[in-house]
Design a protein around this ligand. Structure first.
Ligand code: MRU
Length: 342
């Protein structure tokens, strides 16, 4: 995808280092972070320098490749990388793909095999997301008014995005449409990242508070919703960014189609239903305060909002039951939730 006309990916490997776009600095600073130690990659995933299910899947895969290069036991590296964020199935897909490829390899060959496998994981995501875009673009008709939650854009993948891929393809096919971007408290991936991406692509959009989504749905100003997924259970239940469930329920109430876009790597066929999906609970500081930049964009600061004495709860994801999901757009086709376990 393009940033100021230059082509970028979110996750790539070059000059013996894993390169990541440093996401907490966006949209006000654009910096590339480089890692040569798998332990630093684990910290980058935990602190959300890289985030979004397929992007952390690819980063986890390259973290395993770095561990192999460092001569570290891959079971130990898998444990360290896998304990960073529990909900996104793709993290485990990336780690296990590389561990599987390198298992049984000689010490001399493990490093090259692991790096090739990690590159394949990243390429797979890029192709899968582009295919999601091609299949999903037909759902977006001229003049449609869309809603999306969090960032399921190219920054959350390797390229194209999941929920945004149909938007980028439809836009390049010449269709005009409008996107309501949920701000997505507490980390504001919508206002910081999705709005940035859509702006760079020239797609009409407005950022709204999470609380306003139902208002626009009830007024008939939203025609369809597309969100991403962090894990899809075998029965079609979807774990995605906190607030997705509310959006799905209000969509249902208002007869608005609710689509989920995700590569098949996000499906966890061993997870029978959403009840079994582990939900990450993140630090309270994400809710009690806000991080941002001054008007000139020169100085970053964190400000406190909630009283110091108030306890905080901060679940990062919620589960949307399959009955609220119109269809799941995957690289293999647009599937009904009940087709997930097939
Ligand atoms: O906590 P994050 O930013 O890693 O969560 C990402 C999401 O939940 C996104 O909404 C996305 O749909 C899943 S990744 C394409």
């Amino acid at each position: 995808m393009r940033i100021q006309g230059k082509q970028y990916k979110t996750v790539w490997f070059e000059n013996d280092a894993l390169c990541l776009i440093n996401q907490p600095l966006l949209p006000h600073r654009f910096e590339i972070a480089r890692y040569t130690d798998y332990r630093e990659v684990a910290t980058a995933i935990r602190t959300m320098v890289v985030r979004g299910a397929p992007a952390i899947g690819a980063a986890g895969a390259f973290g395993m490749a770095l561990a192999a290069r460092q001569g570290v036991d891959l079971d130990e590296a898998a444990q360290a990388l896998g304990s960073t964020r529990p909900t996104a199935q793709d993290l485990f897909y990336g780690i296990e793909t590389v561990r599987g490829a390198a298992s049984g390899a000689t010490a001399a060959s493990a490093s090259g095999i692991a790096l090739d496998a990690a590159r394949e994981v990243a390429d797979h995501y890029e192709k899968a997301c582009e295919a999601i875009g091609e299949l999903g673009a037909d759902l977006i008709v001229e003049g449609a008014r869309l809603s999306t939650h969090c960032n399921a854009g190219w920054l959350a993948t390797v390229d194209w995005g999941t929920a945004t891929a149909p938007m980028y393809k439809a836009h390049r096919q010449g269709r005009g449409f409008f996107v309501f971007v949920d701000e997505t408290r507490p980390r504001c991936q919508g206002s910081r990242l999705t709005a940035f991406e859509l702006g760079e692509e020239g797609i009409d959009h407005a950022v709204i508070t999470d609380n306003a989504t139902g208002f626009f749905m009830a007024r008939g100003e939203i025609d369809m919703v597309i969100v991403g997924a962090d894990r899809i259970a075998a029965n079609g239940d979807i774990a995605n960014k906190i607030g997705t469930y509310s959006s799905a329920v209000v969509s249902h109430e208002n007869g608005i189609p609710f689509y989920v876009a995700a590569p098949t790597a996000t499906i966890d066929s061993e997870c029978a239903s959403g009840d079994a999906i582990p939900i990450e609970e993140r630090p309270g500081e994400e809710v009690s305060g806000m991080f941002g930049w001054d008007e000139e964009g020169d100085r970053a600061a964190s400000v406190r909002i909630a009283p110091k004495s108030s306890p905080i709860r901060n679940p990062a994801f919620d589960v949307t039951p399959a009955r609220y999901v119109t269809a799941i757009i995957t690289e293999k086709g647009i599937l009904k939730p009940e087709q997930m376990s097939a």
